[in-house]
Design a protein around this ligand. Structure first.
Ligand SMILES: [Zn+2]
Length: 235
């Protein structure tokens, strides 16, 4: 059994670029990211917006050869009481129709509804990695608050935004990033409000350097959510 203290969980949200309909990051960034993961022997969970399968089936199947694919909803709409069941069920159905096993879910913008866990149970998910109770966690469905992770250090978005102060953030158990964070500013869609504008800070090459520093400085074993749960459950 691997030593659980040495392992970290790598997660990627595979979605259109910065709240737009563009997907330049899938063409321009994804191959480079997969190559880097290969070089560093990193296994990740790709929380995937499943409507992307229409256009990017071969890319997503390529990811699935080495990494875990999980659901990041079907359309990346923020969940509410009207759409949550559709987004949770449809994404799993689409993945399974493409012969991709799906165990986990992460809500867009980490926003969940009151019946989030009962919906996940209903559609046979095994874990959730959404932002709840102001902490990041991988929740096993039956044991909801087992694994909690501090938030600001968990995401490349925060590290970019708060660079260079973020250098001093502690390393968290789980890390998440979006391929579009590595796009050059000129390849990113125009920001129409303040949040996307802030999210553009330190994009492109700077984001790569930040991310590579985090990985290369700390020689952890990076694994997927599913692998992590397997270790936990076999303990
Ligand atoms: Zn997202």
């Amino acid at each position: 059994m691997k030593n659980i203290l040495d392992t970290r969980i790598m997660t990627v949200d595979l979605e259109p670029d910065l709240r737009s309909k563009n997907c330049k990051s899938i063409e321009l960034v994804l191959p480079k990211l997969l190559e880097f993961f290969d070089q560093q022997n990193i296994k990740a969970t790709f929380f995937t917006v499943t409507s992307l399968l229409e256009k990017y089936e071969s890319e997503i199947k390529e990811i699935a050869k080495k990494h875990e694919i999980a659901s990041h909803s079907h359309t990346h709409s923020w969940l509410n009481k009207n759409n949550a069941e559709y987004e949770i069920s449809q994404s799993k159905k689409i993945l399974e129709e493409h012969n991709l096993k799906c165990f986990g879910f992460r809500a867009p913008k980490f926003i969940t509804t009151k019946n989030h866990f009962s919906l996940l149970r209903k559609y046979n998910y095994q874990y959730d990695s959404s932002f709840t109770n102001k902490t990041f966690q991988i929740n096993t469905i039956n044991n909801i608050s087992s694994f909690r992770f501090p938030s600001p250090s968990s995401g490349l978005s925060y590290r970019k935004l708060l660079h260079p102060i973020s250098k001093f953030f502690p390393q968290s158990k789980l890390f998440y990033l979006h391929p579009w964070e590595f796009l050059k500013k000129s390849d990113l869609p125009k920001a129409t409000s303040l949040t996307p504008l802030l999210l553009k800070r330190n994009s492109g090459k700077k984001a790569w350097n930040l991310f590579q520093n985090i990985i290369l400085r700390h020689p952890h074993k990076w694994i997927s959510c599913k692998e992590y749960l397997t270790i936990i459950n076999n303990k």
